[in-house]
Write a protein that binds this ligand. Structure first.
Ligand code: NI
Length: 374
């Protein structure tokens, strides 16, 4: 081989080697990225963050973890990049990117969170959260089970209950209370709803109204509701002479006892106004409230439902009035909604007895939360 040929061969080898090295560097520095609509672009690695933040994805060798976006895309990335993806809103578990909706009949639909809007009203009528599509029912031994709405009637026929036959104080409890009644039109409607859902509520009745409708009170007591006192004629008790204070309380008690067979055990003073003399004369526990729905002011069922469901906590005592049709409309929606969230609707007296052992005359109660014995 001549020297010239040797040089040429060496030159070709060097060029080939150069190309190989160049190609390696080149391919290390560029990656393919994909836009949300699927456009592919080759970009420098250094620019990846910018593309990721704009919703693009990229592909790697040695990718091992599948990541999910809330709008239903998926991409496989190396495990060291999982955190980077999470930081721009991707999920490494499909359950986190998607959620399930259900029908009253128990059909399940898994949708990506980003698509949830297409299932909002009017399309949402059929697809609901698990809570809204089902109800907690209890068997005789107290075991609970979530039952889809369409099957509830059948379970009830087979002896299942809306509330456990024996309530454990650590269960979620809530007390709905209705002041200023009874009303000839609204209170019986509310009692129908209570009966339908097996809910116990408390009525703080006025003696002057109760006198006119003793049969409504008798029915309330018969289905497990409590009839408490809201005094005889709704005067502000803190402004009365001791004699008038006494008769406001005693006259109401007498009317309630003659209608239900039992004197009231709890008193709700009008306007929530009380003092030491009220406490002394009450001959009952003084019950205020922890949620004021303002139903008397808004007269709007949607708003009343919202005011309850947005803030309800275990042990709440909720103030409503059974003299407005909108308040009963609200109760009709709120009672099953609370039950589907696992709340048992109890009377105020039940709530206090279960949680505090015994109801104390003259003592004030607002919210009766569970206090685990230590
Ligand atoms: Ni009142």
């Amino acid at each position: 081989m001549e020297r010239k040929q040797l040089c040429a061969l060496l030159g070709v080898l060097i060029i080939l080697l150069g190309c190989a090295v160049g190609l390696r560097i080149f391919s290390d520095r560029l990656v393919s990225v994909y836009s949300p609509s699927g456009i592919e672009r080759t970009v420098k690695r250094g620019a990846l963050k910018k593309y990721l933040e704009a919703g693009w994805t990229y592909e790697y060798e040695n990718a091992s973890v599948t990541m999910y976006s809330a709008d239903g895309r998926l991409v496989t990335v190396p495990s060291e990049d999982v955190e980077a993806y999470k930081s721009v809103g991707w999920f490494d578990k499909i359950e986190d990117a998607a959620s399930s909706l259900y029908t009253d009949g128990g059909k399940e639909l898994v949708i990506f969170r980003g698509c949830a809007e297409s299932y909002s009203p009017p399309n949402a009528e059929k697809w609901k959260s698990l809570c809204d599509a089902s109800t907690l029912l209890y068997d005789k031994s107290g075991k609970s089970s979530r039952v889809f709405t369409d099957n509830v009637a059948e379970y009830l026929e087979n002896g299942w209950l809306r509330a456990p036959s024996e309530i454990d104080p650590s269960m979620k409890l809530v007390a709905l209370t209705f002041d200023d009644g009874p009303s000839a039109e609204q209170t019986p409607r509310l009692l129908d709803i209570c009966e339908k859902y097996g809910a116990h509520v408390t009525f703080y009745v006025l003696g002057s109204q109760a006198e006119k409708y003793p049969q409504i009170l008798a029915r309330a007591a018969k289905i497990g509701c409590e009839v408490g006192s809201h005094t005889y004629s709704h005067k502000q008790l803190t402004k009365l002479s001791s004699d008038t204070l006494k008769s406001e309380i005693e006259d109401a008690s007498a009317v309630i006892e003659s209608a239900t067979g039992r004197p009231p055990r709890t008193l709700r003073p009008p306007y929530g106004a009380y003092n030491a003399s009220v406490a002394e004369s009450a001959n009952a526990a003084i019950v205020l409230w922890s949620i004021d729905t303002l139903d008397w002011s808004t007269k709007d069922a949607d708003q009343t439902v919202e005011n309850i469901l947005s803030g309800v906590r275990d042990g709440d005592i909720i103030l409503l009035h059974d003299i407005y049709s909108q308040s009963i409309d609200a109760a009709e929606r709120v009672i099953p909604a609370l039950q589907s969230r696992g709340y048992i609707l109890v009377t105020v007296e039940e709530l206090i007895n279960l949680r505090r052992g015994k109801l104390e005359n003259g003592k004030t109660y607002r919210r009766v939360e569970y206090l685990p014995s230590t």
